[in-house]
Ligand binder design. Sequence first.
Ligand code: FES
Ligand SMILES: [Fe+2]
Length: 392
Amino acid sequence: MVTKEENERMTLVAPGTPGGEMLRRYWWPIAFSAEIKGPRPKLVRLLGEDFVLFRDGAGALGLIEPHCAHRRAHLKHGRVEQNGIRCCYHGWVFDTKGHCLEQPCEDPVRNSKDRIRMKVYPVQDAAGLVFAYIGPQPAPLLPRYDMLVHDEGIRYVWGFRDHCNWLQDAEQACDPVHLGWLHAGPYPIYANKKMKFEINRRPWGIDYAFEVPGVPDQNVGNVVFPCHNRFASGRAEQALGTRQNMLFRTPVDDTTTDNFFITLYITGDAQKVTKTETPPEQAHRGPWIPTERGIYPPGDEAWWGVESMMQDRMCLESQGLIHDRTLENLGGSDAGIAIWRTLVRDSIDAVAAGKDPFGVIRDPARNKVVEFGTKMHTYAPPLRPLPENAAA
Ligand code: FES
Ligand SMILES: [Fe+2]
């Protein structure tokens, strides 16, 4: 039974909240790499705070506090130049390290720009996404998840926004049995079937393996702390066949969560292509599919009447902006959710005690590629192990 206080402790993300402090110990995707270019910066919101993201003329990413050090004009209106971002009000320029390079209205002999320092945050590209870290220094390592490293196929990078709290998204990933009902339309092999499943704790979170009568072999998926889902899929509408996916869920604020997908089609001919767009079966609406709370595109008329990829959002948003866990009744099929809440509580307690929370990696020797073994029965086999791991 979750109390009101526990629910708030686990779900709220702002700075200074127990959950927010815990979530600040991880890297989060905040944008597509391909969109961060040219003269216009991007306003991004992460864990209830605003930042401005840009890539300077030399290709370096910068994630900077939003208001200019001079008189606080917003840098989202600024212009990105060769060496940094120029504030629109009086032209001060800041580089990706937070130094002030120019104060064009000031007397140069005073050299006052050297005393100015803007707050900047670690940021890096990986597999077509921009990842940011806004917690205390030193930053941990970005884990080497297989989908950030494998590229032998066609990789699509795309996403959309859920209008609800991040923990609802995490708990959905821990709940494989919903496939037989919510996704009965796109997954007719699972429709209305009771699955036999097991859930195991793993160094990154959990994995689940389930079997369904009449379907060969197991479906193995993974949930990666704090909020990500690694799964193979073969929805009925997938024009290019089965695919491997890593779905990162980024808490934007208490009631908004961004879904960043990396979807890889194994083509067998060693293509190495990253496309920032939705996969073909999603009618090229991307890369960022606009969503509105409570509005779901029609589809799958035989079951719920909602388009396949928006079915999860429909359920998660319908639980409420922040799901009230004091009112629910968990069953045996919710075993993964119970484990996840233990990980969240333990991680919050660890941070409060001055320790690293679950799964944080700091030692480069421990940051081996994470081979999840994710598969969808015999239809989508696991990714081939990378040579560096095969030799280990
Ligand atoms: S407020 Fe930014 S340069 Fe003056
Ligand atoms: Fe789902």
